[in-house]
Design a binder for this molecule. Structure first.
Ligand code: ATP
Ligand code: MG
Length: 412
């Protein structure tokens, strides 16, 4: 549809000339011969563009423009001023009042049309842009809201799921302990499987909640000095049973120069337990897995390396490794339970700590996952003293997620 243009000029000849010129191009034209009339017409039915003569008796073009710009309805209409070539014409004023351009009398048809078209085009683009922006910000508001709802929903659901699940786990433990009398082997075996499946489910719920919290930026780290030795020992404890069952040897080495570093102890344990359980899970019976810790004072990092002598990871699978729910080659790892959330959680927890993770692996030889975390050799020691004095050791009670690292399901 052709644009709607308002032409304002007090000289009838000029007015007629402009109207003819523009009407020939198919524009819809309205005319006004003085300022007041122009304002009324523009306000009643805002045009797409205004050609406005500057020199008019009574209200001049500048004044009309000023008033157009103060009115919500007409503020955004582009105004092109018309001035006499010989007249004294204040261009600076014209632009500072919000005019977009000017044309001079006597008119040259091509010039008038070119300027009109340019500004109509610009105006259209501007409008489209504004609409798109409005749409985008509306979308953004909706996205933020949806994401918050998702987060709240997941938090609520996992709470609701965890309570009955804890009853299932508690009861199956009690049954296995003989609290309700002796059970025969078949029943005991079934109850044991109920417990294992329950633990698996609990782990899944916890992982999903953690991931959604990280995604929503709501997972807060409780940073405090962490003893390297203790965090390693605690993490190794979690895989001991599983390793023993598969007759896998677990070795650990620790750089004697590092005693503490600053991190969220619980989350670091979660990282190490996830990596160690993978190592055990994807390593055949009778082989070896290990944990190495070393510090690099120059780079100010502490490296935790979990290595194994297992099935390894193909090069083409590397980039999918840290994606949620990704489990690689089913033919090689099909015997292993899991949900594929472990490594994506590890990745994000390490990232939250300002660290990084790298992988080296060779199919059928084994893998090495190295987590590098920020570490200050002497600073950490000093800060430790400081924290002791002020009692800032992190507030474990206030967090609402499960306060223990994952327990990996045993392989089938
Ligand atoms: N040490 C490893 N050796 C070989 N493959 C591995 C190793 N660690 C991870 N993978 C591969 O990466 C996939 C993703 O690992 P991730 O820990 O995220 O999931 P998962 O162990 O299958 O399940 P979950 O940890 O959620 O119980 C695994 O399914 C496996 O295919
Ligand atoms: Mg895993």
């Amino acid at each position: 549809m052709k644009a709607n243009i308002l032409v304002v000029d007090d000289t009838p000849d000029n007015l007629r000339l402009l109207i003819d010129m523009l009407a020939k191009q198919g524009y819809k034209i309205r005319a006004a011969s003085n300022g007041r009339h122009a304002l009324k017409t523009a306000q009643a039915n805002p045009p797409d563009l205004i050609l406005l003569d500057i020199k008019m008796p009574g209200m001049d073009g500048f004044e009309v423009c000023e008033q157009l710009k103060t009115d919500e309805r007409t503020r955004d209409i582009p105004v092109i001023f018309i001035s006499a070539l010989d007249g004294v014409f204040d261009k600076v004023r014209a632009f500072s009042l919000g005019g977009v351009d000017y044309i001079t009398k006597p008119f040259q048809a091509e010039e008038v049309l070119a300027r009109v078209e340019t500004h109509l085009g610009l105006q259209r683009l501007q409008k489209e842009l504004e609409e798109k922006n409005a749409e985008l910000s509306q979308l953004n508001v909706e996205l933020v809201r949806a994401s918050r709802h998702k987060d709240e929903f997941l938090a609520n659901m996992s709470h609701e799921l965890r309570n009955p699940l804890n009853v299932v786990l508690g009861m199956s433990e009690a049954l296995q302990d003989g609290v309700y009398g002796e059970l025969n082997d078949r029943v005991l075996n079934s109850v044991h499987r109920i417990e294992e499946s329950g633990r698996h489910l609990l782990q899944l719920i916890t992982d999903i909640l953690d991931l959604s919290k990280i995604g929503a930026g709501k997972l807060e780290l409780v940073i405090a000095p962490v003893s390297v030795k203790l965090v390693c020992e605690a993490s190794l404890m979690f895989i001991k049973q599983l390793a023993h069952k598969k007759r896998i040897k677990v070795v650990s080495t620790c750089d004697q120069n590092i005693t503490t570093f600053h991190a969220d102890e619980l989350r670091i344990k979660q990282v190490l337990v996830n990596l160690l359980s993978n190592a055990v899970k994807f390593t055949p019976e009778g082989k070896t897995v290990g944990l190495e810790v070393d510090g690099n004072p120059e780079q100010q990092v502490i490296n935790f390396t979990v290595w194994d002598t297992g099935i390894g990871i193909a090069k083409e699978d590397m980039e999918r490794l840290f994606q949620p729910f990704e489990q690689l080659d089913r033919t090689r790892s099909q015997h292993h339970e899991g949900t594929g959330l472990g490594l994506s959680l590890v990745y994000r927890l390490v990232e939250l700590h300002g660290g990084s993770i790298s992988v080296e692996s060779e199919v059928d030889k084994g893998s090495r996952f190295t987590v590098s975390l920020p570490w200050k050799e002497s600073g950490d020691r000093e800060r430790k003293e400081e924290d002791r004095e002020t009692g800032r050791w992190g507030d474990r009670e206030s967090r609402d997620s499960t306060p223990h690292p994952p327990i990996s399901p045993s392989p089938q």
